[in-house]
Write a protein that binds this ligand. Sequence first.
Ligand SMILES: Nc1ncnc2c1ncn2[C@@H]1O[C@H](COP(=O)(O)OP(=O)(O)OP(=O)(O)O)[C@@H](O)[C@H]1O
Length: 406
Amino acid sequence: MSILVLYNPVCGSGSAKQFTETHILPLLSQHNIPIDLILATEYPGHAGTLLSDYLKRSSADLTIVLASGDGTLHEIVNSSILQSTQNYTPNEHQVLLPPAKVSVVLVPAGTANALYSSLFPPVKGEDTGSVEYKLKSLRAFLDGKEGVPLTLAATTLYPPTGDSQAVSTRVVSGVVTSTCLHASILYDSEKLRKEYPGLERFKVAAQRNGKRWYNATAKLLPSSLSGAVQIYDPISQKFIDHPEWKKEKPIVELTGPFIYFLSTVNVDRLEPEFRVTPLARTLPSSGATQDIVIVRPLRDPSINKGDEVSREQYVDKIWQVMKGAYADGSLIDLRYDEKGEVVSEGNGPLVVEYVRCGGWEWIPADNDERAPLVCADGDILTIPVGGKAISVARTPSSDTGFAVYG
Ligand SMILES: Nc1ncnc2c1ncn2[C@@H]1O[C@H](COP(=O)(O)OP(=O)(O)OP(=O)(O)O)[C@@H](O)[C@H]1O
């Protein structure tokens, strides 16, 4: 087993180098763990290059001690999977595999640390900035625990059919794949990184996007596990078959406009306190599925068109949904009352459609500037005009692929 220590010196507050030298290396040395290489990333994308170079030289199973945020892990996952964009059909249930088993010891040094805080949800009052909190994955590795296999979401951006010149693009996520408000926020927040190095940049970007609606058609693809598209029912507190899902017509089509369309794998939160897909933890999936959180404003009984007044009227409501994510994931219980107010009781229409299924297809309307944006673990991609995106969860495996000590 080879051990690689890799850190991103600029992620989060820029403390990964110091943390590696002060805490990680001494702890590995105390446990007599031999290290093959200690590497620092020198530019965006470098983590991916370093890992694929390493895997070209050695086919042995590899453990990476990674001090970074989710973006660096995303680069590693993407670079080490042999990706063939040609001859790829999203219905093929092929497993995405790196050439060797890659196990990751995560040290949260990024801004949001979604995967880490999902694996180690902070208990009330726990200081997520403390050294001990940050060393939990390393301790799990040193204690000889098994890594948790990662489910991956493979997303392909297709050009319009008939465009024989254009090629499709493929990206793999280990945390989040989204469109709409979340993708817009990430798109704008990257530009704010220098001005606001912490989580605040997401809030500033969110304020700039409160009134946007997104025109698209979404298709929900059945899970390879159950063959169904499921939706959360807060009354029974279970996932049930989506009312529009039928065995003979297993793809559920949703029309827009949308405000929120976000899917996750492996995580119930995108920041320590932002539990946007809480059921990933409280009702865990037993296979390759994505949890999808959808908000479509026309489900609000007080709104029937997408004019400026309606958009203005909905701004507070979408923030109530976001606040629900910050309030321990209570967004899943929100409903509209008969006047369209967002409440947490009663039997009005649910504000959030919380779906669990095998994946999704997103077809943006041609006239919508922001609907083609897709966020894959913070990376922003754009669907070509007239094209679409298809995202499919891939089967985890315990003896190969990616695992994270958790
Ligand atoms: N030396 C470097 N100089 C500039 N950018 C770098 C360097 N090394 C890595 N990067 C880039 O830094 C970006 C941010 O890293 P990462 O996503 O791990 O942290 P973060 O954004 O602070 O945290 P999180 O993803 O948890 O919110 C990555 O996109 C990566 O490509």
